[in-house]
Design a protein around this ligand. Structure first.
Ligand SMILES: *Cc1c(COP(=O)(O)O)cnc(C)c1O
Length: 395
C-alpha cells in the first residue's frame, strides 16, 4: 500500500467532526432568552448560578462558583486554600502551562515534578521526591480525561497536611473509584475554553464540598464581597472574575449531553484499540492509573514503540498520518524545559517523562467524536504508517 505521503490514496478524506458540536435547540432558546431579557451579567440573571450548582452536583460537590477561565480558577482555588508567597506547589511536568503560571501569579513557587511513565500523571513517588518544608499544596491534573491516581496522592497529602487541588480542565465527567473528579481533593477546577469537553468559548468553574472554602472562592471572584452581604461592603481583597449569562445559556443544556458525548468518544477509543491490536502495531493507548472507573476521553494519547529497543521518528509519523487524513498532535513539551518558567519555578529532574515524552502522539476530541468508524479508520492509518521503515528513527 503506497503511503499518501508518497502519493498513494489516503485512508481517510480528512473531514472530521467540528468542535464545538452543533448547537441544540435548548442552547439556542436560552441564549435568545438572555439576549432579550437584558440580564446579561451573572449578578443580574439566574442562569449562571443554576449552572454552577448543577455542574457541581453532577461532579459530586455541594458548591460551585463560576470564574472567568481555568487558569484563574487554579489561582483562586490556591488563594482560597491559603497558598501565598514563599509556599511551594507541586505540579506535574506533563501538563498545560497554566498549572505553573497560576502558582506564579500568587507569588508562590511551582515545583515541577516528574510523572509516572505509564500513565503520565503525578504519583506518590514523584511527589515525594519533590517535597520540601515549604510544600503547601499538590496540583493534580486529570490529564486527557484520565483521572490521576488519587488514592495514593490523598494518602500522602493527608500524612503531610497538604492541600490537594484537582485541575479537571480536561476531565468533565471523569470518575475515579466511582467518584466524579473535582470533588475528591479539597477544591476542583474546570475550564470551558474552546478546546474543552464543554465550552462556551471561555469560562471556568471551581467546585468543593467545603462551605467555608466555597464562600472564600465566591468572595475572591466578587471583589471581596460577602455572599448575601451589601454591594459596597468589601470584607477582603478580591477581583471581578464573574462570567456572563450567555456562557451559562450555552453550558447548562450541555450538562445533559455530556455522558452521551463521552460514550461516543469511548467507542472511538475502544475500536481504535482493538483494531490496532489486530494489526499487530507496536503502539498503545497510554494506560489509565489503577482505580479509573471512567476516562472522559478528552484526548487520546498514544505511545509509540512500547517495549522495543528502537524508537520511532515521531515527526515523520505525524506528517505521514496527516497525509492519510488522520491529524495528530505531538503533545506538551516538558514544563520544566520552558524558558519563561526557569526563573520562577523549581524544576525537578524528570527521567521518567524524558524516557517517553518523545514517543507520545495525541488525537483530539473533535476526531474522537467520529465514534467507532473514526477509530477504525484511524487505526488503519496508524498500521499503514507504522509498517514503513521510515517510522523508525534508526533506519
Ligand atoms: C485548558 C487548561 C487549563 C486552563 O484553562 P483556561 O480556561 O484555558 O485558562 C488549565 N489546565 C489544564 C490541564 C488545561 O488543559
Amino acid at each position: 500500500m503506497t503511503l499518501a505521503i508518497d502519493g498513494g490514496t489516503p485512508i481517510h478524506d480528512g473531514v472530521w467532526p467540528t468542535w464545538p458540536p452543533a448547537v441544540d435547540d435548548e442552547q439556542r432558546r436560552l441564549v435568545n432568552e438572555v439576549l432579550e431579557s437584558g440580564l446579561w451579567g451573572s449578578n443580574t440573571g439566574a442562569l449562571s448560578e443554576q449552572f454552577a450548582q448543577r455542574f457541581a452536583q453532577v461532579h459530586g460537590a455541594s458548591r460551585g462558583v463560576n470564574v472567568t477561565n481555568g487558569t484563574i480558577a487554579l489561582f483562586i482555588a490556591l488563594r482560597a486554600a491559603g497558598v501565598g508567597p514563599g509556599d511551594e506547589v507541586i505540579v506535574p511536568a506533563y501538563t498545560f502551562v497554566a498549572c505553573a503560571t497560576s502558582v506564579l501569579l500568587l507569588g508562590a513557587t511551582p515545583v515541577i515534578a516528574d510523572v509516572d511513565p505509564d500513565h503520565l500523571h503525578l504519583s506518590a513517588e514523584t511527589i515525594e521526591a519533590a517535597l520540601s518544608d515549604r510544600t503547601r499544596a499538590i496540583m493534580v491534573v486529570h490529564l486527557a480525561g484520565s483521572p490521576a491516581p488519587m488514592t495514593e496522592i490523598l494518602e500522602l497529602a493527608s500524612n503531610r497536611d497538604l492541600v490537594v487541588i484537582e485541575d479537571s480542565a480536561q476531565a468533565h465527567g471523569a470518575h475515579y473509584r466511582g467518584r466524579p473528579v473535582g470533588s475528591i481533593g479539597n477544591l476542583g477546577t474546570f475550564s470551558f475554553q474552546s478546546s474543552k469537553a464543554m465550552t462556551a468559548g471561555e469560562g471556568g468553574l471551581i467546585v468543593t464540598n467545603d462551605h467555608a472554602l466555597a464562600d472564600t472562592v465566591w468572595s475572591l471572584c466578587n471583589v471581596g464581597r460577602e455572599l448575601g452581604g451589601a454591594w459596597y461592603h468589601h470584607a477582603s481583597i478580591g477581583w471581578n472574575l464573574r462570567t456572563t449569562e450567555f456562557q451559562a445559556a450555552i453550558l447548562l443544556p450541555w450538562i445533559d449531553r455530556l455522558e452521551g458525548e463521552i460514550a461516543v468518544r469511548e467507542e472511538f477509543v475502544s475500536t481504535f484499540s482493538t483494531s490496532l491490536d489486530e494489526a499487530g502495531t507496536d503502539a498503545v493507548i497510554v494506560a489509565d492509573p489503577k482505580g479509573t472507573t471512567r476516562n472522559s476521553r478528552h484526548l487520546m494519547m498514544i505511545r509509540l514503540g512500547l517495549g522495543v529497543e528502537r524508537s520511532y521518528n515521531r515527526e515523520w509519523v505525524a506528517r505521514a498520518l496527516d497525509a492519510e487524513g488522520v491529524s495528530v498532535d505531538l503533545g506538551y513539551p516538558s514544563l520544566g524545559g520552558l524558558e519563561a518558567l526557569q526563573s520562577g519555578a523549581r524544576v525537578m529532574p524528570t527521567p521518567r517523562l524524558d524516557r517517553v515524552a518523545e514517543s507520545i502522539l495525541w488525537i483530539r476530541q473533535s476526531m474522537l467524536m467520529a465514534g467507532a468508524a473514526g477509530g477504525e479508520r484511524s487505526a488503519a492509518a496508524f498500521a499503514k504508517v507504522l509498517a514503513d521503515p521510515r517510522a523508525w528513527s534508526n533506519t
